[in-house]
Write a protein that binds this ligand. Structure first.
Ligand code: PHE
Length: 473
């Protein structure tokens, strides 16, 4: 190895950075509405079980692989498999996937940034109009907002692991928790708020079917930033004295707590600000919730708080979502950047500039999918409908490849790297973990039913997304 590897400065910094990655748009909007529509309390319990029994072992496997190898995902697969070509392929997949997810996640973050700026400037009334979103995503102001987001990501990542990623997480995450708390308290003290709480929490077991179970597990998996090489990369920045199982538990707990709290903000807000809401018509798509529906809900607040009051609440909300999105974007973009640095010995700056240039090109192709150029708007045709370039990237990388990557890392740690190396690494910094029930559970689950379940999800998604027939659901 050349220069010694960059490291997080503290265990708390590591946990906040990993939690910053995990807490994203999915937690703040996707989870609450998905939970409310799919069985309320019943969904919540199922989701929590999935997080702790299925996703947590995968997260621990990823972090351990990173720390043991002290390398990026490609380097980790290569080093721990003695350069087996098959596993190198898995390594490639786990750096291409985060790059491609960063491509479309950047576009969504840019939209959020735009909505934040517009609501701060007092344009909430415009945002609440039905055709604003369509015009915004195909308008030229988008490029200015994109430049702003890229500059911020560059600024954070060029500071490196400790002075960039960790410092940003230490500022942005507490601010995010605080804003979430303020908004939850504000919303819960409005009239009619408890109708939303009821809709969110009362269990309805009749709504649980195979499709909902599949959806809950996929949501948990994405929400914890698994299958993206992120936890491998962040794991490689932590020292051998850190207790990995405990850190992973804290990250999973924080992510789940934020998702749960977001439900106590979004649903009561919908019910309280607009009492005529028909809950069955709520869209589960985070995108249409954030950009088309919620601005209207915020505008309703002007009846009680005045326009300025409503704009302040909306701005706080968009700032919250923006912080969540930017910490996720930084974490996912760090994967290809770190890989180029260690595989090709690039400097951080050189690697950032090269990956950044590619990111801009692909992200523009995604942004162009929304009415700029027909070529990108109708890029391909599959499963009976026309798909844009954005849809293609989303379907292939976000929906399909993530569970495959999760499956591969499980098989890798258990059958290629082997139980002994994996356990030894896990036990470092966690002496009481040795021989514990959790250790035995992880060893068993990672080698058996977790990869099996991820395999079923992968096959089901391929059937559904590309052939239009669901095997389950
Ligand atoms: N965990 C994020 C969420 O819940 C998903 C994500 C993380 C997406 C990192 C991209 C990058 O929204």
């Amino acid at each position: 190895m050349g220069a010694s590897r960059e490291q997080f400065g503290s265990r708390l910094g590591f946990i906040l950075a990993a939690a910053g990655s995990a807490v994203g748009i999915g937690n703040l909007v996707g989870f609450p509405v998905g939970a409310a529509k799919n069985g309320g309390g019943a969904f919540l319990v199922m989701y929590a079980l999935f997080v702790f029994f299925i996703c947590l072992p995968v997260m621990i496997a990823e972090m351990t692989t990173g720390r043991a190898s002290q390398k990026d995902p490609l380097g980790a697969y290569t080093a721990l498999s003695n350069a087996s070509p098959g596993w190198r392929l898995a390594g490639w997949l786990s750096i291409i996937t985060p790059f491609m997810i960063a491509v479309f996640y950047l576009v969504i973050t840019v939209w959020i940034f735009g909505y934040l700026v517009e609501s701060v400037l007092g344009n909430l009334d415009v945002l609440a109009q039905a055709d604003t979103f369509g015009a915004f995503i195909s308008g030229n102001s988008l490029f200015a907002y994109m430049a702003g987001v890229l500059a911020l990501v560059y600024l954070i990542l060029q500071g490196g692991v400790k002075e960039g990623i960790e410092k940003a997480a230490k500022i942005l995450m507490p601010a995010l928790f605080f804003m979430l708390l303020v908004l939850v308290v504000f919303v819960l003290t409005r009239d009619n708020a408890f109708a939303g709480v009821e809709y969110y929490l009362v269990p309805d077991f009749d709504k649980i079917n195979a499709g909902v179970v599949n959806g809950a597990l996929s949501q948990a998996f994405f929400s914890l930033s698994l299958g993206m090489g992120i936890m491998v990369t962040y794991g490689s920045y932590i020292d051998k004295k850190a207790n990995l199982p405990t850190s992973a538990k804290l990250v999973a707990l924080t992510d789940t707590a934020v998702a749960f709290a977001a439900g106590l903000m979004i649903l009561p807000a919908i019910f309280s600000f607009n009492p005529n809401v028909n809950p069955d018509e709520l869209s589960e798509s985070s995108i249409s919730m954030i950009f088309s529906y919620l601005p209207q809900i915020f505008l309703e607040l002007q009846n009680s708080l005045g326009y300025v009051g409503a704009s302040i609440v909306a701005s706080l909300f968009f700032l919250l979502v923006f912080f969540a999105a930017i910490t996720s974007l930084v974490s996912i973009f760090e994967v290809p950047v770190a890989s180029l640095m260690s595989e090709k010995n690039y400097s951080r700056k050189g690697s950032l500039l090269l990956c950044g240039a590619l990111l801009v090109i692909f992200s523009l192709m995604c942004a162009f999918s929304f009415g700029f150029f027909d070529f990108f708007s109708n890029f391909m045709h599959y499963a009976g409908s026309s798909k844009s370039f954005f849809d293609l990237v989303y379907d292939v990388f976000y929906d399909t490849i993530l569970p495959l990557n999760g499956l591969l890392i499980c098989l890798f740690v258990r059958y290629r790297w082997k139980k002994k190396g994996f356990n030894e690494e896990l036990e470092q910094g966690a002496p009481s973990f040795k021989g514990s029930l959790l250790e035995r559970y992880i060893n068993f689950s990672v080698g058996t039913f977790i990869p099996f379940i991820l395999f079923v999800i992968f096959i089901n998604t391929v059937a559904l997304k590309f052939f239009g027939t669901a095997l389950i659901g």
